[in-house]
Design a protein around this ligand. Sequence first.
Ligand code: ADP
Length: 545
Amino acid sequence: MLSTMQDEQLSLATLLRYAATFQGDSTVSTWTGDGVRTQTYREVGQDAARLANALRDLGIGEGDRVGTFMWNNNEHMVAYVAVPAMGAVLHALNIRLFPEQLVFVANHAEDQVVIVDGTLVPMFAQYLPNLTTVRHVIVANGDAASLTAPEGVQVHSYAELLAAQPDTFDFPVVDERSAAGMCYTSGTTGDPKGVVYSHRSNWLHAMQVISPNGMGFDAADTVLAIVPLFHANAWGIPYAALMSGANVLMPDRFLQPAPLLEMMAAVKPTFAAAVPTIWGGVLAGLQAAPQDISHLRTCVVGGAAVPPSMMRAFDEQHGVKLLHAWGMTETSPLGSVAHAPAGSEGDEAWSYRYTQGRFPAGVQARLVGDDGAVLPNDGVALGELEVRGPWITGSYYSPSGAQIDPDKFDDGWLRTGDVGKISPNGYLTLVDRSKDVIKSGGEWISSVDLENAVVGHPSVAEAAVIGVPDEKWDERPLVAVVLAEGAEVKPEELRDFLSDKFAKWQLPEHWAFIDEVPKTSVGKFDKKRLRAQYADGALTVTTLS
Ligand code: ADP
């Protein structure tokens, strides 16, 4: 028996129409360095129509890829919604990828048009001659004449293109399963791989993001979107904001702690989203120059494990709740969110908030052991996390049709490469990435646990742990420490500091002091590079006996 329900497609055109009318007074603002420039959602809708008209005139039709090479700003938000709403596919290019990776992903996705921010034109100009499918470049917030294009490529001014177009567009009704946007993984552990989101997946994911079990922001919030729109589907924030009517504050290129704190003081956002390295910088900035940030009721933080000491510091010193979440480019990205269960308080509540969070109904999860057996969710058994659901990818984008990385999929489940445990009430605790866990004498040592503990020492600003080869034990941990401003500490003292938190055999003997932990294009610890530095003898290592 079929239902009597209407078979309405979940389309981003419908979402745009809704936001531009019934939430039309909500705003998106971009920080300019000393203030904001603001558009209402009504105006976003009008600009989206102008952009869609302009792209159609440039020959863009359903399924064609439109790249962006932009900071988080109003124009990027317009592109985020206009491109899929017209039936084309948004491909937000990660401006921080290594040049050869950037060229690879733009060619692999076959981007036809790229919208580029004026300040990024010099960088983009270096890549453009190698982009084989790009026919048009649109320069936003800058001078189109500053870009010299190779033959066959036309350069346009965003402002002029839009000014010449009407502010309405007949957005088509597309099949909800068709492609809306694509993102490539940032290549922390390998080559970038393409994930293609659908209208349906983005719509359902946005509903989860705004639900109280998700990020839970609403029309009363102003969301500071620090997470780049080019990383992991922008954590779903653009579509969730349009759906909820939340105002958005875009930081543009002002991503250092000082300007972030300046824009917070000026706009007083109530919600924010960024990776832990950003929050670490903000915390240090606040220590240097105290400022009231209690207008932030929640900051969602994920992409890498959040040290408990950081969560406590925000909570206890600044009255700000860091909400820990786990996800991947492949999972749209919201996978789990660490709200403490109803009724829990104090240390019990903290013990839940430190985890990677509870799975929502839309994300099925299981743990699988080395032998392929499914393990119990008993909060003890450790295995690789596998997930499935309507906003989780079932494959990687492959223009030739040949499956890319089939090993990442297991009978309809996505293998995450993350190792952890799941409690009976659905909370995920990650131990490590399977590639980063340290295998010492047949036992596992979690690099993340060691990092979280070391960074709890007041003299330590950052700590990254890698496994280094060892004749007797196969691998042993090496801790690379970045000291806090002006601090001094000996490796012996740091090891003693860990001694009541770890078993003796887990205590690291190799220590190196470094100026900076190498980071990936999205601000995560780049352990591949740290391992290479170690192998090249570039680290000065002290080995304790
Ligand atoms: P990449 O794989 O290139 O880093 P992603 O940004 O998609 O690109 O990264 C997803 C991965 O980030 C996850 O598989 C996991 O290893 C890590 N991650 C995300 N959130 C968390 C978290 N809260 N705690 C620990 N690790 C996390």
